[in-house]
Design a protein around this ligand. Structure first.
Ligand SMILES: Cc1cc2nc3c(=O)[nH]c(=O)nc-3n(C[C@H](O)[C@H](O)[C@H](O)COP(=O)(O)O)c2cc1C
Length: 128
C-alpha cells in the first residue's frame, strides 16, 4: 500500500543550510533506491517533510529520520493511504523559503490541511 506521512520538526541549533543540503543529497540516493518520493520544506528553524512510499518502506525510513539528532520535536501530522504521489518528480526535493512560514504555522494549528500546504509547496517547487 502506498502511504503518505507528513511531520514537522525543529532543526538542531547548530544545523546550517549546507548541512541540510548534504542531508537531502544523501536522502535522494537512498530514497531513489527505496522508491520514496517527497519534499522537505525548511522554514528556519522548522522542517516539514512529506514522504510518499510503500508502507513497509515508510516505517523503516521514518524510524531512521526520527532518530536523527539533527532535528528534534518531531510531530507526525498525518499518515494515510494515497492512490497517487504528489511529488513523483522528486526523490526528495528541498524547499528553503520563508514565504511558507504562515502556511506552516497554520498547518501546525490545524487551520490548513496537508493538501493545502502541498499545493503551496508545489507552486514553489515547480520553479526548482
Ligand atoms: C530533516 C531530515 C530529513 C531527512 N530525510 C531523509 C529522507 O528522506 N530519506 C533518508 O533516507 N534519510 C533522510 N534523513 C537522514 C536520516 O535521518 C538518516 O541519516 C539516513 O537515513 C541514514 O541513516 P543511517 O546513517 O542510519 O543509515 C533526513 C534527516 C533529517 C534531519
Amino acid at each position: 500500500m502506498l502511504e503518505r506521512l507528513v511531520y514537522v520538526s525543529t532543526a538542531a541549533p547548530d544545523l546550517t543550510l549546507p548541512i541540510v543540503r548534504r542531508i537531502v543529497a544523501r536522502a535522494q540516493i537512498r530514497n531513489r533506491q527505496l522508491d520514496v518520493t517527497g519534499m522537505l520544506l525548511y522554514v528556519h528553524p522548522e522542517f516539514v517533510q512529506v514522504l510518499e512510499a510503500r508502507s513497509e518502506v515508510l516505517d523503516e525510513v521514518v524510524a531512521h529520520i526520527a532518530e536523527d539528532p539533527r532535528h528534534r520535536d518531531i510531530r507526525i501530522i498525518e499518515r494515510k493511504a494515497i492512490t497517487a504521489r504528489r511529488f513523483d518528480r522528486w526523490n526528495m526535493g528541498l524547499l528553503v523559503t520563508v514565504a511558507l512560514a504562515q502556511a506552516v504555522q497554520a498547518l501546525k494549528a490545524g487551520e490548513l490541511s496537508v493538501d493545502g500546504l502541498i499545493d503551496a509547496m508545489l507552486v514553489d517547487a515547480d520553479l526548482l
